[in-house]
Design a protein around this ligand. Sequence first.
Ligand SMILES: CC(C)(COP(=O)(O)OP(=O)(O)OC[C@H]1O[C@@H](n2cnc3c(N)ncnc32)[C@H](O)[C@@H]1OP(=O)(O)O)[C@@H](O)C(=O)NCCC(=O)NCCS
Length: 168
Amino acid sequence: MTAAQADLQIDRPAVADGAALWRIARDSKALDLNSSYSYLLWCRDFAGTSAVARDERGEPVGFVTGYVRPERPGTLLVWQVAVDDAYRGRGIAGALLDGLVARVVAEHGVTSVETTITPGNIASERLFDAFAARHGAALEREVLFSTSLFPDGPHDPEVLYRIGPLSL
Ligand SMILES: CC(C)(COP(=O)(O)OP(=O)(O)OC[C@H]1O[C@@H](n2cnc3c(N)ncnc32)[C@H](O)[C@@H]1OP(=O)(O)O)[C@@H](O)C(=O)NCCC(=O)NCCS
């Protein structure tokens, strides 16, 4: 852990963190913002497959949400990752991802990670490229949801990144 991260703590979200996760997602301007209700529900039902980074006061400054795919229980799907603008570029997203995956490997025995990224999100592409490289895992990409599948106006395609097998 770098000095910049030393005063941050990474752990599971609680329902009381749901509002902060919604705000971080909203302020990221890059993520699809889901309803505040969905973040509260996520913090209740998927806390075990999600993680938050907290500042010295315990306030969330970044998060990663995910779930174990019901039909592929060896795969962790990472739904959203965001770090507050003021805390970016310090390795926090990488640390969140490493911490979460280590926990989910230990508790659920997953062997691969999936996520979707919209083309051109360089920080996100590098985050997952670097994650795959750190864990000696192959990375495959394919379009999961094309633009035409989205009902609510123009939406960039979502490209599936499949990373595995993991060596942890
Ligand atoms: C993507 C995001 C979570 C990265 O958070 P972060 O804590 O700054 O990321 P890290 O410091 O751990 O860096 C991860 C990798 O991305 C690279 N990176 C980070 N910000 C970058 C930027 N603006 N441009 C290019 N590369 C960048 C880092 O260099 C690092 O790669 P490396 O290990 O090869 O050097 C953050 O930029 C964010 O919240 N963006 C808005 C929300 C979003 O797009 N989420 C992802 C959707 S799945």
